[in-house]
Ligand binder design. Structure first.
Ligand code: CTP
Length: 413
């Protein structure tokens, strides 16, 4: 791997000693580390030990005349390929979320135009505090990436989430990033092909309650929809993702609304409009129980026939035929097990959308839950078949296709 320059900001926590191990690992891999030590961090590790490992000056003071003369703090934030904060304390996270810049670390984080990776470490109660969770959500939507924290015994004697990720995991995440993972957008920069556009995506399954313990759902993992949201954000779009219950992390740089049922998804989509592009990748349950039973349905004879189903609202058809806020481009998905193209063509007409991304979910290693997808793009202009690709590749190619379709749709409007 090519040698990279990393600006490592060490926050003040008991886990700061692990930053020393991280520096060693990075140096062993040939990367150049420049370190910033917050005043609190210098209570845990010394500038001397950090500097001995980086082989460089350690930066500590925002108003240091010598540092400013040698390398201004703005330059320091620009002279790196990546900014890593480890440990990222609750205080640093709060400052970043609010754009505060009252010391060297927070000023660098506000001034940087580079990707930022945080490795949080704090007491479990501080991690779960609503204020910290609010700040984390803000930073995720700003495009900041995270590694950890991990669960385990803490130095303070408690147990839970809040331990700094192991230096090996932080290194692995950093190298993944350098290996071409562009899912972390550049801060403040939205200058890709979809810059200035609002892209609204639905993803995952919906869950329709039957009684307090049962629900109707499907096998959708949300991987394809989430990958599309991430790819649209990487292309500079402002992205709103309305997600059903999935086991995936929120994609960075994307504003996420979590919902459970089809009706909640429909309401969240309506609230997120207007948008330039709507992509309905969710596997919305077509049916729900006519009424949710307040008590668990018992296994007696009368229960067998007790489930009456009613149809859910069709979100895609609703957006396609929206009276006042129809997006310029509306894209649907069709998961089929047979006659894929014919069903997709019928869906295109029935739902009034501009493009259907059709896939055969009965294929070997089926798309539902898997990491690859074989899709066909079905529009009024004809059918385009794509070879089997990873869901990330499908997402990137789809975002590129959408960019040109959007331009065409607007030209002919
Ligand atoms: N869709 C939706 N709201 C629904 C059902 C489906 O927005 N209530 C969207 C899906 O997100 C997808 C497309 O419609 O983009 C097709 O979904 P699919 O379940 O394949 O279509 P159905 O209309 O349910 O058709 P069928 O079950 O007959 O195949």
């Amino acid at each position: 791997m090519q040698s990279k320059r990393i600006l490592l900001i060490i926050g003040g926590g008991i886990a700061a000693y692990k930053a020393l191990l991280l520096i060693r690992l990075l140096a062993k891999r040939g990367h150049k580390v420049r370190a910033v030590l917050t005043p609190a961090a210098s209570q845990f590790v010394t500038a001397l030990s950090v500097g001995s490992l980086t082989g460089d000056k350690v930066y500590q003071d925002l108003f240091s005349l010598t540092d400013e003369a040698e390398m201004g703090h703005i330059e320091l934030s620009r002279d790196a390929d990546l900014v890593v904060v480890a440990p990222a304390t609750s205080d640093l996270i709060a400052k970043m979320a609010h754009g505060l810049a009252n010391d060297l670390a927070s000023t660098l984080l506000l001034a940087t135009d580079k990707r930022v990776l945080l490795a949080p470490a704090m007491n479990v109660r501080m991690w779960h505090h609503p204020a910290t969770q609010r700040n984390l959500a803000q930073l995720k939507s700003d495009g900041v990436a995270f590694v950890g924290p991990e669960k385990g015994d803490m130095a303070c004697g408690e147990y839970g989430l809040g331990r700094l990720a192991e230096p090996e995991s932080i290194l692995a995440r950093i190298e993944k990033l350098f290996a071409g993972d562009t899912s972390i957008p550049l801060p403040g920069r939205r200058d890709g092909a979809l810059s200035g556009r609002h892209v609204l995506v639905t993803s995952g399954p919906t869950r329709e309650p039957i009684d307090p313990v049962r629900y109707i759902a499907n096998r959708s993992s949300g991987k394809q929809g989430h990958a599309i949201a991430a790819a649209a954000a990487a292309a500079g779009a402002t992205v709103t993702l309305v997600s059903g219950p999935v086991a995936l992390a929120d994609p960075p740089g994307v504003s996420v609304r979590h919902v459970e049922t089809a009706r909640e998804m429909a309401a969240a989509v309506e609230q997120a409009l207007p948008a330039d592009v709507f992509i309905a990748a969710a596997a919305v349950a077509d049916w729900r129980a006519a009424s949710e039973q307040p008590e668990k349905i018992k296994k007696d004879a009368s229960a067998a026939g007790a489930l009456t189903l009613v149809e859910n609202p069709d979100i895609l058809a609703g957006v396609s035929r929206h009276a006042s806020k129809r997006p310029a481009l509306v894209v649907g998905f069709a998961a089929e097990t047979n006659d894929v193209i014919a069903h997709a063509q019928a869906k295109l007409a029935r739902k009034g959308c501009d493009l259907i991304v059709a896939n055969d979910v009965s294929a070997a290693g089926g798309a539902m839950g898997g990491d690859s997808n074989t899709v066909h793009l079905v529009s009024a202009g004809g059918v385009v078949d794509w070879p089997t690709m990873s869901k990330d590749k499908v997402a990137a190619k789809l975002v590129a296709a959408i960019t040109s379709l959007l331009a065409r749709a607007e030209r002919s409007a």
